[in-house]
Design a protein around this ligand. Structure first.
Ligand code: AMP
Length: 368
């Protein structure tokens, strides 16, 4: 009989299902993506059936009995502080949080429901992107609106990318023996955020009630005066399209026509908008690094991670330029070679590969 020692990871989005297969000892066997979900009648259920079929065909699995559990990336867990085995109570919580993350949680739920139907005996684990940030103090999480309103509608700063931040913290602990007490992590991907971590706990993060707040991103505006949003609404005489404008048509793409940092950098010295987009990106990032250094009362380590953080030395160089007074001093050569440690000053500046799937597999292993 086969051993039940494999963990399937599912990340269900609006138009795709990303997956990965791990062993219980955290070895990644494969990963991939099924696209075009929602098109031509293709549901999450179909996509997951296709994933399982492929895993068998390619012999990553000999039988479904080898799967000991399925880990789901769930974007919003409301006040959930940790990963949980999915039962009726947890499902209710994820459903309740759908109103707070309408672009994400409903698709996560579709994935959970599909796999529960296909493999009814296998436990499912929810790993929340918000859980890492439940330690953020009230003073940083509360918006300046009437408390009556924030309580009624659960309006507060939740923060996202928590699975990535937790992974970076655990890797630092493995490598250094402890998490640096004043740590800033910049998760710079198509969605970008930055988090201040004190003694291993998130104390501030740039994304807020939704992933829209904070840094300039691939297609999201990041910080914007809500007055400007109302002005656009008034001028356009409607509101619906503004959500789309700020989420999908803004950021690097809105300023320079593409959210691919590689293309933007190639154009940096000849195209005014490409230069402006990169300069705004770095300016905003630097502003947050400074602010979070103040929140932490100094800084020991700064980590750059995700697609841009791991691969774009120009972003790291520009955003750290002028921060020597904080002890942040880059070693230019090491930075341009994407080395793991890229600093010469008293603050450690590190480039680390994040691995959200591995973090989910680790959480699953802990729970089953
Ligand atoms: P992510 O969401 O983490 O996949 O990151 C996507 C962003 O990272 C996009 O802006 C990409 O252009 C950028 N990116 C990914 N790989 C590279 C690379 N090798 N060199 C430069 N930029 C990259």
């Amino acid at each position: 009989m086969e051993q039940r020692n494999k963990i399937l990871i599912l990340n269900c989005g609006s138009s795709s299902v990303k997956y990965a297969l791990f062993t219980k000892s955290e070895k990644q066997l494969t990963k991939g993506i099924i696209s075009h979900v929602g098109e031509k009648g293709k549901t999450h259920h179909h996509a997951i059936q296709e994933i399982l079929k492929q895993l068998l065909q390619k012999k990553y699995l000999h039988s479904y009995n080898e799967i000991c559990a399925v880990g789901h990336r769930v974007v919003h867990g409301k006040d959930s502080t940790q990963s949980s085995i999915i039962n009726k109570k947890i499902l209710k919580k994820i459903k309740e949080a759908s109103v707070l993350a309408p672009l994400h949680n409903p698709h996560n739920l579709e994935g959970i429901s599909a796999i529960q139907k296909i493999l009814p005996k296998i436990p499912n684990i929810a790993v929340f992107d918000t859980a890492f940030h439940t330690t953020i103090p009230e003073v940083a999480a509360t918006y300046g609106i009437p408390q009556k309103v924030s309580k009624k509608y659960h309006i507060k700063r939740y923060g996202f990318h928590g699975i990535s931040y937790q992974y970076i913290c655990e890797e630092r602990k493995k490598e250094q023996g402890k998490i640096p007490s004043r740590l800033i992590v910049c998760h710079l991907g198509n969605g970008s955020s930055i988090t201040a971590i004190k003694n291993g706990k998130s104390v501030e993060t740039s994304m807020g009630f939704t992933p829209m707040e904070g840094l300039l991103m691939g297609t999201r505006a990041g910080d914007i005066d809500v007055g400007a949003v109302f002005h656009i609404a008034k001028m356009q005489n409607e509101c619906r399209s503004i959500d789309h404008l700020l989420n999908f048509e803004s950021g690097l793409k809105g300023i320079a026509g593409t959210n691919d940092m590689r293309i933007l950098w190639k154009k940096y010295f000849k195209n005014k908008n490409a230069k402006l987009a990169i300069d705004i990106y770095c300016h905003r990032l630097q502003k947050y690094i400074g602010a979070y250094t103040a929140i932490l009362g100094g800084i020991d380590t700064i980590v750059f991670t995700a697609g841009i953080g791991e691969n774009c030395p120009w972003i790291r160089e520009k955003s750290c330029q002028g921060l020597e007074f904080l002890g942040i001093q880059l070693d230019k050569e090491k930075n341009w070679k994407n080395k793991a440690k890229i600093s010469r000053g008293k603050v450690n500046v590190l480039v680390m590969k994040t691995n959200e799937e591995k973090m989910i597999a680790r959480e699953v292993s802990r729970l089953v």
